[in-house]
Design a protein around this ligand. Structure first.
Ligand code: SAM
Length: 163
């Protein structure tokens, strides 16, 4: 069941230690059609609607060469999530699981990741399919999808396992 910020039967909230400054910078925002968690997909789909990833300055120049890739990994900050539930009841039926066995948005550091299809680029904005976040979700990072990325630098010891 989709969660707002409630605590369900059997769940366990802890007193989270104060956040330390990991130095994260929001480099943009993700614009989607979803304004409520109740209507946002659990996981993005490659045939989902086109969403817009807007980069802020001074990061726009970092989009150079991005169009060489059909698939990107998007990392984002699920900014509306509570962060204190170590045991969670996804079905709200009293059965609980540990947070690290779930892809729940409720986590100590609410980082979301999605593999999206790159549909196009309009200046500082990428058009993608495959997102599952609220409109205005802060953007943390973009990377080429790992299986489609060949390192640019020459291989080094440890890159390949000789069988
Ligand atoms: N694909 C990501 C992952 O696996 O890391 C996120 C998955 S999470 C299950 C997606 C859900 O998080 C959505 O269905 C919605 O309920 C919730 N959500 C989306 N954007 C959010 C935001 N900005 N803050 C808090 N919750 C959000």
């Amino acid at each position: 069941m989709v969660r707002e910020n409630e605590i369900r039967h059997g769940e366990k909230a802890i007193e989270a230690p104060p956040a330390q400054d990991a130095g994260l910078v929001f480099i943009g925002q993700i614009c989607t059609q979803w304004n409520s968690r109740m209507e946002t997909p659990r996981q993005g789909r490659r045939d989902g609607p086109i969403c817009r990833i807007e980069l802020f300055e001074p990061w726009v120049e970092g989009l150079e060469n991005i169009d060489e890739f059909e698939e990107l990994e998007v990392l984002y900050w699920l900014h509306m999530s509570r962060r204190d539930l170590v045991l969670q009841s996804p079905a709200s039926d009293g059965e609980t699981r540990g947070v690290f066995s779930l892809r729940s948005p409720v986590r100590p550091n609410p980082i979301g990741t999605s593999i999206v299809g790159l549909v196009g680029r309009e200046g500082s904005t990428l058009l993608v399919r495959g997102m599952d976040c609220l409109d205005g979700t802060p953007l943390l990072d973009l990377k080429p999808e790992r299986t489609r990325f060949t390192p640019i630098a020459p291989p080094q010891p440890g890159d390949f396992e000789v069988g």
